[in-house]
Design a protein around this ligand. Structure first.
Ligand code: DC
Length: 218
């Protein structure tokens, strides 16, 4: 069994930024599970299935094969053999992932892939249910959060920097909607594991958060 660090928290809390830096510092492999749900979302979008068509989605899981590889330490996600990494981070894919990740068949499909990675390697894995469902025996669990305002501002600045037209109110609304969906769903809802450290990054720098989390880890 590898050394396992689980990082959960809401959208936009900075999980991937922080987990990547901790991975570098501690020599762990960073596993982004949201990217796996996003790859499944691409599969459903390609098939033109509505996220509400639960049975069709469950059926479509059968011919989706998501695999992970690493190129220069950067996670690459393959959907049926095709590298879809560059297509994962659009709003369309994110929204589809948020909706379809509620469906048990989608979660079951990815569970073994995630557990298998943690068995073999020292990992820091981020997602929504890593500490509660996927790796309940993780060596360290972190629940990383930040206020809606902070998360929306970060996202707004990030998009502005990339030259993507965006609206702060719309981003904040989207974040709130995603929080509601992720925390209220029946299957594997987002919640802090009882034995997770709570880290609220609203008033912390990236360096401070990384230092705090590294302090909890081997
Ligand atoms: O972290 P992210 O934004 O890339 O995740 C995309 C969606 O996938 C998110 O809305 C919730 C879902 N997700 C999940 O249900 N469980 C995980 N372990 C990771 C992501």
């Amino acid at each position: 069994m590898g050394y396992n660090v689980a990082v959960d928290g809401p959208a936009g809390a900075g999980k991937s930024t922080i987990a990547k830096l901790v991975a570098k510092e501690k020599n762990y492999i960073y596993v982004d599970t949201g990217a796996m749900y996003r790859a499944m979302a691409i599969h459903f979008l390609q098939k033109g299935i509505s996220p509400e068509a639960t049975e069709e989605i469950a059926h479509a899981c059968q011919d989706a094969n998501v695999t992970i590889d690493y190129e220069d330490g950067v996670q690459q996600v393959y959907l049926n053999g095709e590298n879809v990494t560059s297509r994962l981070r659009t709003e369309e894919v994110g929204n589809m992932a948020s909706k379809t990740s509620q469906i048990p068949a989608v979660r079951e499909k990815l569970l073994e892939l995630q557990r298998g990675l943690a068995r073999e390697k020292d990992v820091i894995m981020d997602g929504r249910d890593i500490g509660t469902c996927i790796l309940p025996e993780a060596d360290v669990k972190i629940y990383l959060t930040a206020s809606v305002e902070t998360r929306a501002t970060r996202r707004f600045e990030e998009l502005k920097e990339k030259g993507v037209p965006c609206d702060y109110e719309e981003i904040a609304r989207d974040i709130k909607e995603r929080d509601t969906r992720d925390t209220n769903r029946e299957t594997a809802p987002l919640r802090k594991a009882d034995d997770a450290y709570l880290v609220d990054s609203s008033d912390m720098t990236i360096e401070e958060v990384v230092k705090t989390i590294c302090g909890y880890c081997k």
